[in-house]
Design a protein around this ligand. Structure first.
Ligand SMILES: N[C@@H]1[C@@H](O)[C@H](O)[C@@H](COP(=O)(O)O)O[C@@H]1O
Length: 264
């Protein structure tokens, strides 16, 4: 894993956006894996700005989102489809027909999961997958005990996740307890994975992800198996790591190597 520790949330967003900029400029028809939650919002704002400035284009890009609440229509303000339209798709030059979010309104959710996997495969697989992380180490909606080779499927949410996400729902509003999520195996198939985390309330989950054992109890620890996983965190999210100085040293050496390669 590449562990990048930055000063604050703004630097984390900018670093993440640069990875997407490079990817889109290397391959216009990139297949991007996208995420919801509050953490990626600032990254999406960076991408919107880069798109406005003409530095990147989504014209030929294809996107697949990680997850969706089961039981919500895409027009529901708390659905992840609605979130993506509001936070990114409505503001960039993407063809909405090329954007995919698991269908929360599927009549047959089990079949819908298989179709989602088939669509990802037909697009050639995901080039870069963006991830946030839950306080319990979940990625997408892969809650603790999720199989480390799981594929897109229906998952039941933990009470912790429901409580954490309750802030987005009104007091009398129906809040789903089920979701459709890419599996951990689906995520690990992406060619590159970029996990963003900011704030002290993610520090425990980041410690378990980076320095803990590989375990279904912390689904994000599965990223230890990925050959190109980048963990981009701020000082607060890094605060419980044992080897902070070593990770900073490795990253400084990485930057030197990249500069050398660029000069060749
Ligand atoms: N399904 C999403 C996850 O993909 C996200 O990583 C998590 C953390 O969200 P936040 O970034 O708001 O802390 O929230 C939800 O549960």
């Amino acid at each position: 894993m590449q562990i990048v520790i930055l000063k604050n949330a703004a630097e984390v967003a900018a670093y993440g956006a640069d990875i997407f900029e490079k990817q889109l400029n290397r391959k216009a028809e990139s297949v991007l894996g996208l995420a919801t939650g509050s953490t990626p919002v600032a990254l999406y704002q960076n991408l919107i700005e880069k798109n406005k400035q003409g530095d990147i284009s989504f014209k030929d890009a294809i996107t697949f989102n990680l997850d969706e609440y089961l039981g919500l229509e895409g027009t529901h303000p708390q659905s992840y489809r609605y979130f993506m339209n509001e936070q990114l798709f409505n503001h960039v030059d993407i063809n909405k027909d090329h954007t995919h979010v698991p269908p929360g309104n599927a009549k047959n959710p089990v079949e819908a999961c298989q179709e989602y996997e088939a669509h990802i495969a037909a697009a050639g697989g995901i080039d870069v997958q963006l991830l946030g992380i839950g306080r319990n180490g979940h990625i997408g909606f892969n809650e603790p005990s999720s199989g480390l080779t799981s594929r897109t499927r229906v998952k039941t949410l933990t009470k912790e996740t429901i409580d954490d996400n309750a802030r987005f729902f009104g007091p009398d509003e129906y809040q789903p307890h089920l979701s459709i999520t890419m599996g951990i195996g689906t995520i690990l198939d992406a060619k590159k994975v970029v996990l963003l985390a900011t704030g002290e309330n993610k520090a425990e989950a980041i410690k378990a992800t980076v320095e803990g054992p590989l375990t279904a109890s912390c689904p994000a620890s599965a990223l230890q198996l990925h050959r190109d996983a980048v963990i981009v965190i701020d000082e607060a999210a890094a605060s419980k790591l044992d080897n902070i100085e070593f990770y900073k040293h490795i990253e400084a050496e990485n930057q030197k190597l990249q500069a050398h390669l660029a000069s060749l």
